[in-house]
Design a protein around this ligand. Structure first.
Ligand SMILES: [Zn+2]
Length: 301
């Protein structure tokens, strides 16, 4: 067991911040453990372990951050963690805790008030609480009044059940919502025509981790935050070449990270990290060697 694996109730809510008129709460499904080598690809362990210490099974601690945005007319949930349907063997490996409902409650967010849910992609650790299974096995939407949004290409890729990544695509997280029309499947043309999900919140493709991974822009009154999904899962991944073993196209990831940094740094975006439990939000700048560095954003817990 990683020494920091279990967050306490006191730190379930990772922080609150405002972007213009919008109120953001960074909630959490808890933490989980993944292999450090897989998280840092070809980066030598001697380098990454200084930033992300590994346990005796080489696992590092990661967060599962869900961002809730209240715009005044909509309550938008970005990403829904791992959920509570993990098989026991996987739960033992990941040591995840299924805390998102408690975290939402700590933030004062009712599951019924949520109007929109956005999944950057459909890996198991990004859409697990899209649905909940009741005791007789019926799968229901966790957010009954919400419309869900994901990219059609992610669903199609998941349905292929390829050897490389079939364990990451669990259809109960999305197929029941698609069947009832509660999940809108976006495609490149729809996003190009109108990236907005609600006024001030829109999606943009940042491919590489998967072919159709999306970032989510949050903009109000000239302020800008971006939930960047697995393009940069933690603040340790802002260096363009520190890509993950999990990334399907690492070269494309590097190019997309550079494209992201070329806007996020000069425009002073608040970058929201999916899997950084300790630094869920940061601004980025370049140091005197030209390397990107993250400054944790002041958030109120
Ligand atoms: Zn992923």
């Amino acid at each position: 067991m990683h020494p920091a694996a279990r967050p306490t109730d006191a730190n379930l809510l990772r922080g609150n911040l405002t972007i213009g008129d919008f109120a953001l709460s960074i909630c959490s499904d808890g933490t989980y453990l993944l292999d450090g080598g897989a998280m840092f690809g070809v980066v030598p362990k001697t380098l990454w372990q200084k930033r992300a210490p590994a346990d005796d099974e080489n696992r590092i601690l990661l967060g599962l951050n869900t961002v809730v945005v209240r715009t005044g007319t909509a309550t938008v949930v970005i990403e829904t963690g791992i959920g509570d349907r993990q098989p026991e063997k996987m739960q033992q490996i990941h040591q995840n805790q299924a805390r998102l409902p408690a975290s939402l409650a700590a933030a004062g967010v009712s599951q019924h008030e949520v109007t929109h849910v956005i999944n950057t992609h459909l890996h198991f650790d990004h859409c697990g609480w899209n649905t909940t299974s009741d005791p007789n096995g019926t799968i229901r939407p966790t957010f009954p009044n919400a419309q869900y949004f994901a990219h059609r290409g992610e669903v199609e890729h998941g349905h292929l059940q390829l050897d490389r990544d079939k364990v990451s695509y669990l259809s109960p997280n999305y197929d029941p919502l698609i069947a009832t029309g509660q999940m809108t499947l976006l495609d490149d043309e729809m996003i190009r025509r109108d990236p907005a999900i609600v006024p001030g919140i829109g999606v943009e493709l940042f491919p590489g981790h998967t072919a159709q991974m999306m970032g989510v822009h949050i903009e109000s009154q000239g302020e800008h935050a971006c939930y960047i999904g697995d393009l940069m899962p933690t603040s340790h991944h802002i260096e363009p070449t520190w890509v993950m073993g999990y990334d399907l196209d690492p070269l494309l990831c590097i190019a997309q990270r550079k494209r992201f940094l070329a806007r996020a740094i000069p425009e002073s975006w608040v970058v929201l990290f999916t899997h950084d439990h300790h630094v869920p939000a940061a601004t980025l700048s370049l140091n005197d060697k030209g390397k990107p560095v993250a400054t944790p954003y002041e958030i109120i817990i």
